[in-house]
Design a protein around this ligand. Sequence first.
Ligand code: C2E
Ligand code: SIN
Ligand code: SIN
Ligand code: SIN
Ligand code: FE
Ligand code: FE
Length: 511
Amino acid sequence: MSSENRILVVDDEVVIRELMVDILSDEGYIVESAANGKAALERLSSGDAFVVLFTDIMMPEMDGIELIHEARKIAPSLVPIVMTGYATLETARAAVKEGAYDYVLKPFNLSEIKMAVTNALERSRLQNENARLLEITDLFHISESIAAIRDEQKLLQYVLGAALDRVNADRGSLMLVSENGRQLEVAHSIGLPEGMDKAVVEMGDSVSGWVAEQVQPLLVPDIRDNDQVRRFSRQLPGHSFISVPLERKGANGNTKLGTEAQQPHVLAVLNVTGKRNGASFTEGDLKALSILANHAAAALENVRLVKDLEEAQREIVFTLGAIVETRSMETGHHVKRVAEYCKYLALQHGLSEAEGEILRLAAPLHDVGKVGVPDAILNKPGKLTPEEYDIIKTHAEVGYDMLKVSRGRILRTAAVVAREHHEKYNGTGYPRGLKGTDIHIYGRITGIADVFDALGAERSYKKAWELDRIVDFFREQRGEHFDPELVDIFLADVEAIVAIRDAFPESGSSA
Ligand code: C2E
Ligand code: SIN
Ligand code: SIN
Ligand code: SIN
Ligand code: FE
Ligand code: FE
């Protein structure tokens, strides 16, 4: 590997230069020399990467310390070592304070020089590794954040923000490929002039379209040097830009699935321009954005998949809930009202909007296990025998068993609700006789909502209760059947609850 380790020796004395070149060449390094600071800086600017710089301190025109300063500006990762005689040992120590990594003493001791080079190379390796580690850690944090976002628009915003941050640019856009795969539409942009921020372009007719069609990232360091690209360019102010495709995963491996094959291979294109200080984008920028685009594409697919699944779940939930309602002759909007009370209580209790919404979607399934109860019992006009009541009670566990296999958030929540909505705070409920806050908050909430609505409605076995009587019942059962804290929330604003009830009236009963 020493062939990649290029060393520059700078000394105004030719003997010293030749000696150092000999010693280091024998060790297998590529060694070049320069007679003064100016020549050294020219060599460093040439583009070849030097790893170690040996420099004399006392030299005419530019001394070693100044050279180190200037060299660092050109090659920040260069490891400088000063060469010094005993007479200038103090100066050498000062040089180390000013940025030299080490010093070696003249006349030269072979093993000392070898050791200095070995240390310097190790230092250089660690520097590079640290820089790379920082970069990867940074990308890793970004990708973690990306994966946690569930909303498509928020995801696009985050990705574009992170991309611009990463490459020091102040202008960019994310363009989504249309369903027919023939157009690209700006879905989110930062710094774009008005009008352009909603642009729709045809595939064959733009830089982003080319990137999407070719499934190729594009780095243009300077548009003025690139006739082909200039044709498409929309007079952007910057002269440098990057466009990368967000590629669908598994599109190659899974083309057997018909639906998959028909979807566009590229989901979106990420464009950035306007690098700060008028600089050009680099290969490193391109690489960082390609990694980012990979993570973003996976996250975008996930978000869409989850959204589809949740939509499907919503439909299933209301369909099932409606079937349950019909079967038990709860003619009106029982499950809808229960759902709304549940969300209201959840939010008042301090759960998040998302948690409240999940509960609202799940609650209609609380009685889904009643499908296993015979009509003759379920719709019996009068009081149940203890045996009949035992059969009805199975609906909690039956509902749980029906729903627990699901992996979706809504149906999993529904499973808990089905199982725990008849538990009582004092431990006398069913099926498990759970007590207090051992009952899931969703179960405690749905329990209140369900009973409130059942009491206010006419059933095959009972008349509807007046509101006053219902309120008294809840006061009485505070801490017994029901979570006292939730009862307080509930009673704090009964009008709010009644408003919900009135919004979903019993359509089927006597009007
Ligand atoms: P549901 O009609 O949806 O009632 C849900 C819960 O509301 C009941 O759970 C109970 O806690 C409360 N609730 C309903 N009506 C009354 C009432 O008149 N007085 C009181 N104190 N509470 C009431 P529970 O008791 O575990 O019953 C579960 C399900 O079993 C009921 O769902 C209903 O489908 C059925 N059920 C209960 N009792 C009878 C009955 O006497 N006859 C018939 N046919 N079905 C019954
Ligand atoms: C990551 O973003 O998860 C790591 C970045 C990389 O691929 O090196
Ligand atoms: C969330 O971001 O976790 C809530 C959004 C949702 O439930 O769909
Ligand atoms: C919760 O807020 O998720 C639980 C709090 C409670 O047990 O009431
Ligand atoms: Fe029930
Ligand atoms: Fe119910």
